[in-house]
Design a protein around this ligand. Structure first.
Ligand SMILES: C[S@@+](CC[C@H](N)C(=O)[O-])C[C@H]1O[C@@H](n2cnc3c(N)ncnc32)[C@H](O)[C@@H]1O
Length: 153
């Protein structure tokens, strides 16, 4: 199984880029991982912006990929539940599992309709930049749990 993490807009801060590189490198010890960026829509009303950004995210998504959206209103999982989800997708032969992080206004309905599930990292709202690191760290943690490695306590 391959992983793909999609997001909207450039990574602005150097320290966020370093965090992404760190955890992406760790995840790649377990599975191939691709990171892909959709262009941010600037200067449009929020509904238009999230609609256009959603279309761009969908263009980056392979037809056979299962899509998981990150959204503060989604299902809240523990790290072990996320690990179990990754393991289940791997074992059922999912070729590509994609996680998408929205832009400043979140997701429009068409991309929500394409998703298999929606998960929250917390009920709190984080910046779409910081969620990149939080998600990648949780994916890495999930693989250490699946491999019985001493990272998750
Ligand atoms: C600034 S938030 C968007 C907030 C927007 N008000 C909304 O309704 O989605 C940008 C993106 O970061 C991600 N995000 C922020 N907080 C999150 C959380 N607690 N759990 C999961 N994803 C989160 C989501 O993908 C969201 O689309």
């Amino acid at each position: 199984m391959k992983l793909k993490v999609l997001w909207v807009g450039k990574t602005q801060e150097e320290w966020v880029r370093r965090g992404i590189d760190e955890y992406a490198g760790r995840i790649r010890r377990y599975v191939p991982l691709e990171l892909a960026e959709a262009r941010e829509e600037k200067g449009a009303a929020s509904d238009k912006a999230k609609g256009r950004e959603g279309e761009r995210l969908l263009k980056l998504l392979p037809a056979t990929a299962r899509l998981v959206l990150l959204d503060e209103r989604g299902d809240q999982l523990s790290s072990t539940e996320l690990a179990a989800f990754l393991g289940k997708e791997r074992d059922r032969g999912t070729p590509e599992l994609a996680f998408a992080i929205g832009g400043a206004y979140g997701f429009a309905d068409p991309i929500r309709a394409r998703a298999s599930r929606t998960i929250a990292l917390s009920r709190m709202t984080f910046t779409h930049q910081m969620v990149r690191i939080f998600l990648l760290e949780q994916l890495y943690r999930g693989f250490t749990i699946l491999n019985n490695e001493p990272y998750h306590h």
